[in-house]
Structures are given as structure tokens and as C-alpha cells.
Design a protein around this ligand. Sequence first.
Ligand code: T1G
Length: 694
Amino acid sequence: MTAITDLVSYEAEGSVGVITINNPPVNALSVGVRVGIKGGIEAANADGSVTSIILVCEGRTFIAGADITEFGKPPQSPSLHEVIGAIEISNKPVVAAIHGTALGGGLETALGCHYRVANAKAKVGLPEVKLGILPGAGGTQRLPRVVGVPMALQMITSGTPIGAKKALEVGLVDEIADGDLKACALAFAQKVVAEGRPLVKISDRDDKLQEARDNPGMFDEFRKSIARKSRNFEAPENCIKAVQASVDLPFPEGLKRERELFMELMQGEQSFSQRYFFFAERQAAKIPDVPKDTPLIDINLAGIIGAGTMGGGIAMNFLQAGIPVIMVETAQDALDRGMALIEKNYAATVSKGRMSQDAMDKCMSLLSGTINLEDIKDVDIVIEAIFENMDVKKEIFGKLDAICKQGAILATNTSTLDIDEIGEATSRPEYVIGLHFFSPANVMKLLEEVRTKKTSKTVMATCMALAKRIGKIPAMVGVCEGFVGNRILHRRTEQATQLIMEGALPQDVDRVLFDFGLPMGPFAMGDLAGNDVGWRIRQGKGVTSPIADAICELGRFGQKTGSGYYLYKEGSRAAIPDPIVEDIIMKASKEAGIVRREISDKEILERCVYPMINEGAKILEEGIATRASDIDVIWVYGYGWPVYRGGPMRYGDFVGLDKVYASLLEYQEKYGDYWKPAPLLEKLAKEGKTFAEI
Ligand code: T1G
């Protein structure tokens, strides 16, 4: 075996030249890999003993793309284009042996090969759009030539990989390996030579492009079909343009056009933020004071206290991960309702074709229920998801402490209560942790994990790993009012409410935040979640909010009552501004002695977003969050903050903390110390630094 570089080796095995890549963890195409592959192709072509070549990877996956850590750094030769070009013009057939995930530049490299063999579990895709870019090494030109334009548009603008079976169906792979992948690839390569099969250069293929030539309108139709989902994202449009170039231009010109469209995105803020977010999401899974090798507790059985909407949603995550669940309720009818709701939700998913009946039956077979708390004595983890009342929660945790086996994790789904206090209601506070799911719990990706002063490293490490197992993105935070997500949300809600007292209307504030990229503004969100939730909490705390209270006193709880801050027609979710609400607002301003004024969109945006950034700085100062990027992960996955803006903290860095600081001082001047900049933000602004640097 010859080491071409420290990451790639070449060896002749019989008549086949074997190029092996070994660049853990995901065989990314860093410069050492590119040099190695190109060198391997040259070595194999010069090796008289071999008549074909295979490209295979060590470790858990085939090439998972370009090395994202190299982005933004000076380019090093050879480029991926040169490497793929060298593969494609090889005089000997090159076969890619694919396992794990052939993604981005990895699939583009495989598309440069003459044939592709994959194992049954492999996945292939071009996820670049998720990084705010597009496949920049020929993927937008070669993929349509193999799978046709409609499928290529789907794969490239969604970034979602497809399985080996589908890839075989659409001609993206030539064979599914039955048994050892490398052995199958070696045999396939020999078969290609033995049968004198042609060296298929995908760049020479054209047949699959005819359909689009005959129907050029398909690009606009496709644009319309993804308009809602790709609202405000820049990359999908450039992806479409690049695929269109594959139809309109000869291959070399198409490649040039792809490059232009790629560089346009690469230099943009959106891609910078989405790449930032790629690493933020992976960082959030690491807790600095919890070592990687911390022993984990085996989770093979879960108990869920409370079969309401949240309890049911939480249970579904465990069932889908193959973990049996015992639901606990206080009364049989409540239990039956909860179990029936889970079944109904699964049936709806099956009817939409997003789940097989077998999968649903398997999930339901793992679900059982009881009204006897004793029945969960053997669970490995119990998650309490009942209504927010401290005394009731402490009583439940006292009982769980007495009933559950030693070593079981006692978790609470509270979103507002002090978990340190709940932990102290047990004799094992080190096993108590907050697992804050977001509604609907079976859909929302975020799991805000809340460590108390006593939560053990083993419990934290176990719950971080568990989150990944049940398909959630975890972020570990400390105990404070509202934890990280809601604490920052409160700042926005306060300012949104203040803005409509001073001169704006709900539809103004909602429009500005919707255009900014949030799925909806605070008032439309209140109407969706139910304005009565906040009303009851305010009543419980004895605090008032003139406009919100007035609306609730009229029974306008939102969509569920047909009116809230907006009117809703029967069966429609369209928010219609309502003069009744405008009257309520005018009256509230008058009673507060406020002379209403014109408020600019700029002021609306700054007053809703800058206090969020400032609160994030305070949260970092207090150590409630480990990194600014964790706060961003929480807001993107928990509150729909647009990923192409990276998150509130990344947005602060984008605007410039000196500008955010200056604006906060201006508002402090006008409106008081509510706007006082956090010391950390002041320090970073004065030092010209960013949150990303700390
Ligand atoms: N470059 C650099 N590092 C990468 C990487 C990449 N492409 N992919 C993963 N890592 C690191 C990651 O940060 C983490 O590091 C570790 O590997 C494990 O990842 C020209 C320009 C492959 C499905 O978008 O989707 O090709 O935190 O925790 O859950 O057209 O990683 O341990 O230090 O995610 O098993 C296109 C990105 C690039 C795929 C594995 N490719 N990767 O998931 O592990 S752009 C992608 C993934 C491109 C060309 C263009 C996933 C995975 P650390 P992980 P995982």
C-alpha cells in the first residue's frame, strides 16, 4: 500500500487499483484528501497491473462533502473541480464504493466516477443549500444528467439525501452491494472491464435533459411550489438557476455558471450565518465540564406523568425511537383521552404517507398506560409534564423519589418553575433535570435541557445523548426564570406590547418581524398559542397588561375562539386586523397618557430584537448558557428564528455590537434603564469584538 498523502493511500488488489480515503470523522475533502485522490488516480492510470479503479473510504462514511472548516480560507490546489475532472477522464473505469452518507462534494466526486456501488444503508445527497450555498463542484450540472431535472431540482433545493434503494431506481447508483461493500465494488469494477462496458462520463450525457428542454416552464412551476418554504432564503433560487444552466448551456459553460452562482452565495451573509449555525448546532451538544467519556445510564423504559398535549407529544418521540413508554394519569378517562390522541396523531401521519402502518403499530405496541404511579417503579427515566404548579410538582417528585428505582432520572418539562427547588423535594437532586420540550413536542426539534446546581454529569451526559436518540437538538442551560428561550422571548414580548401602546398596531409589528424572517410575529403567535395562557400566568402573579388583558376579558383567546389580536374566519388561519382591537389599543394608550406617534419599521425591529441580544449577553454573564451559539441554537430550533440570520447573537455580531450598543444607549436615554447595555455587550462593543469570539 502506498500512502499518497497521510489521508489517502493507493494499492493494487489484483487488477483493481484501490484508492482508500481515511480522514475521520467524515472523510471531508480537505486538501490532503484532494491531493490524495488525484494522486491515486494518476498512480492507478500509470500502474500497468490494474485495469480498473475503485474509490473507497475507511470509517463510518463515504466522503460527506467539502471540508467546511476550509471555507473562507485561501483556496489550496487541486480544487475539487480538478480532482473530479481527473477522475472523469481516467482511461480506466473508476467505481465509487459508497457507505454512510455521500454528501455534497462527496456525491459530486462519485458523480465524476464512471460507476457507483452503494451498500443498502447508504444515503446520497447534495445538502449545500442547508449551508446557504449550492453544489459547487459540478453537482448542479451532473445530477440532472442522471436523474432528470425535476428530481435534481427537488434534491438540490431541499438538500435532503435519498436512500440507496431510491438512488438505484433513479440511476444514481449502479448496484446495491450485497455483503462486503469493498468486495462488491472490486467485483463490479472487474465486471465492467470483463464486459467491456463504456467509460460513462456523466458530463457527456444529455438524454435526461430533454424533458426540461421540451417544458422550460417547469422551472417557474417549481419556483412557485417551493416559494413558501424557501421564503427569504437566497440559495434555493441560485440552485434553480444553476440547474437551468445545465439544460440551457453546454457542460463547460454550465460549470462556469454554477461557479458564478456558487460564489455569489458563498460571499453572502446568509451562507456565513448558515455555516456558523452548522457548527453551532454541533457545539451545543458538548458541555465543557462533562467529559466525552462520562458513563451513561441505559434508557430502555420511560415513564411520562401527564397524558395531556405535551405529555402525549413527548411520549411519541420515545416510541418512535423504539423506547417503551408508560403513560401515567390521575383518572382513567384522562388517560384514555391521552392515549387516543397519540393514536390519532399517528394515524394522521400515516394517512399523509409520512409513516407506514407497520411503524405506527410498532409505536403503539410500545405504549402502555396506568393510573397507578407505582407501575413506573422500574423506569430508567420519568418525565413529568403536568400543569405548572410548584406545590403539585414538588408533591409528585416526592412520590417519584419514593417509588422509582435508584439510578432513575427524574425529569420535569416545566417551562417556568425553579427546578433547583423541585430537586430539593427529593433525596436524589443529582438525578433531577429539566427537559423542556416545545409544543408540539413530537414536532419541534429543540430540547432545552436545564441543569440544576446538583444535576450529575452522568445525568447530563445521558440526557444529551438521549436527545439525539429521540431526534432532538439539545442545548444545556442553567436555572433562571424562563431559562434561556422564554427569558429572551419575554424581552421581545415586552417591547412588542410597548410599541402598540405608543403608536404601532399588532399588524405593523407582526409584519416587520415576519419580513425579517420569523414564521410569524408576536401577536399572531399569541393568537396561535392562546392568549389565555399568558393571561392566567399574569393573574397568578398579580401583574397586568392593559391591552392583552382587555382582549382576554372579551374572551378573545385567539384562533381557538375565532378572535384575539386578529379576527379569524371559520376554518381559516388568516389573521384579519380588527377595528375592535384598534379601539382597545387607542383606549389603553389614552388611559396611560400616551400620545400615539408614527413608529418606523427600523425602530420596531430594533426594539424587538436588541433587548433579546442584550438579554443574551446577561445570560452569558450569569453562566446560564455556555456559548452565545447555544442561545442561537435555542432560538432557531425553538422559536423559528431564521437560520440564515444565524440566531439573535449571530445577528448582533452581523449588525456590529458597537451599533447595537450605541442604539441601546440611545433608547436608554429616551426610555430609561430597561435599555441599559449588559456589561459584557458594552465590553465587546468597546473592544470591537463579537459574541462568536468569546
Ligand atoms: N466538513 C468539516 N467537518 C465536518 C463536515 C464537513 N463537511 N461534516 C461533518 N463535520 C464534522 C462535524 O463538525 C463534527 O465535528 C464531526 O464531523 C461529526 O459530525 C463543493 C461546497 C455527515 C451527516 O453539508 O451533515 O460539499 O463536532 O456530529 O451526526 O459542493 O455531519 O465532532 O468536532 O454531524 O454523524 C456538504 C455536513 C459540504 C454535510 C454526519 N456536506 N455534515 O452526521 O456527525 S459543502 C454537508 C453532515 C460541499 C461542494 C460543497 C453530518 C453527517 P465535531 P456530526 P453525524
